[in-house]
Design a protein around this ligand. Sequence first.
Ligand code: MV4
Length: 680
Amino acid sequence: MFNKILIANRGEIACRVAATCRRLGIRTVAVYSDADADARHVAFCDEAVHIGGPAARDSYLRADHIIEMAKETGAQAIHPGYGFLSENEDFARACAEAGLVFIGPPAEAIHAMGSKSAAKQLMEKAAVPLVPGYHGEDQDAALLRREADGIGYPVLLKASAGGGGKGMRVVDAGEGFEAALASVKREALASFGDDKVLVEKYLTRPRHIEIQVFADTLGNCVYLFERDCSVQRRHQKVLEEAPAPGMTEERRRAMGEAAVAAARAVGYVGAGTVEFIANQDGSFYFMEMNTRLQVEHPVTEMITGQDLVEWQLRVACGEALPLTQEQLRIDGHALEARIYAENPEKGFLPSTGTLRFMRTPPAVQFMRGGDAHGPAGVRIDAGVREGDTISPFYDPMIAKLIVWGRDRDEALHRMSQALAHYHVVGLSTNVAFLQRLIKSDAFRTADLDTGLIERNQATLFPPQKSAGIESIALAVAALLERESKERRIDEADRHSPWTHAGNWRLNGRDTRTLYFEAAGHKLEVVLKGDVRDTRKSTLIYADQAAPFAYTFKADDIRVDLGTRRTHGQVHREGDTFHVFHDGRHTVLGWLDPLLHAGEAEGEGGKLTAPMPGKVIAVMVQPGSKVTRGTPLLVMEAMKMEHTIAAPTDGVVSEVLYGVGEQVAEGAQLLAFAVEEAAGA
Ligand code: MV4
């Protein structure tokens, strides 16, 4: 086995590879760009080498420089992860020339699968099923048209050099053929420098089913069953699972053997994935082969109990595959959800910023040797920690959440539970969207195909509901708990504002009105009864009134609303309450009566960011005395400026953001204290 390897990647996959190396006693060298100096993968590895600027071409794509660093640090091999240099045949060759082992397939195998039409010709010879179509050398337009007419419409035109959905066009009828051909050729030439196209019968409701294969240098080749990755959005996978729902034993064997034949046809070595599209009737066709370890490999690890990175390392140093086909078994069902920093409500726009707060469900980190899924059946592969930043330079994935169950229903249940305990503050995430997806009828009943998300827009993007009474009650509980703690601390201090009950806003003896703001609406909550002493009162909100009591158990708040008991977590940042309840994240801004005392109804003056954006000017500093309406800070969002002004006379006690910093919607920007003298 190797003593030391270099990992030519970043993020979760670099950490994932390092985790197995650590278990096997292999030293690891990380590489990092300027943007990643404090990244988790750098801390996770034994050594690290700085390789350049934040843009990938200035760092993670610098093949020669990375090879140089591998030699300098005494690494014997390079693991490329996925993306970046993983499917670059020149890099694979250059490693070999430098006397380093490339932990991946031979350059020739990468090359053979790089061209779609050449790959299809090879697959045809190996008797791997192909979609009816044309993948010949002759690119004469009239010939291509005759082929399309012969196949029957709709047909799909694909750039031979394309991949991952780029350079494809559906043609519904013969009349549209020439225009579509010209457009695909233009796009292919511009994107891949090669305008060769192929023509295929277009399948209208395909499933994406891929087979994990593994080959060693001794001539062994096996399949580790299938993954269903049909749930995608614009060719980005969202959920993956193994095994594929509805798969029969015969079809599993047929697809597995076809995949092994495909791998053997190109002299494959190492981990690879053969991608098929399958019709609803189960017929399946070769699409392409990915010559790397894939993002979604953990679901295969969960159901087979095998560590695929360990397999890669063993194969790369010439060992035989750890198991034979007969020894491989499927145990249970696994699901993977990709947690992204993005905003599903705004067209899945990537969301950059700092993970100011992050709580994750109980889980094992990465693969554990000998224990595929850990006690809870939950695994998290993450490349970031709380406090880290998601920058615009790389893929905005936060983590992969992987769950295992004895069957699909158990896995679904665990995924839903785990998502409900994935709490992120600081940027938008797709967690709530994933939760809706998991719970949707289409996914629950495994009515899978690549159009699932498109077709279920209505359920997956429901109109935003206003905050429910449970979320409000949780925020109120968090507020009251904090106040009672602060009061205890300040009890001895007669000059403290708390002892003057200024924060209580008591209207009469036992009624208190609280105002919150959520999604631009002002919400009124009335508490009646003695909240201070018994924690029991009545909560009135949006025409509902319920007896209200709460208790804290570590981070968990339990709330009783009459006979309904619920629980959740609240993360407070200044006057902003992030309520996590029932798998949802509700942001409530508390309108502190101390700050809003002098304010006319409906008037602005909040010290929180009205929308995500960037701070472009800060006019004050801690200690600045200001009068009501004084501009404090300017934000820029959507090319417009927003000035945050003092809500009343007072003193700035804290400035929480500096010029140039990104702020999330609802984030508190400044802390402000009412001028002592003003109220006296
Ligand atoms: C297809 C197809 C329908 N018919 N080929 C998209 C990416 C590439 N890997 C293959 N792709 C497709 N090829 C024929 N003949 C539909 C797709 C397709 C797709 C395939 C897998 C996963 C998601 C997809 C989303 C849209 C289209």
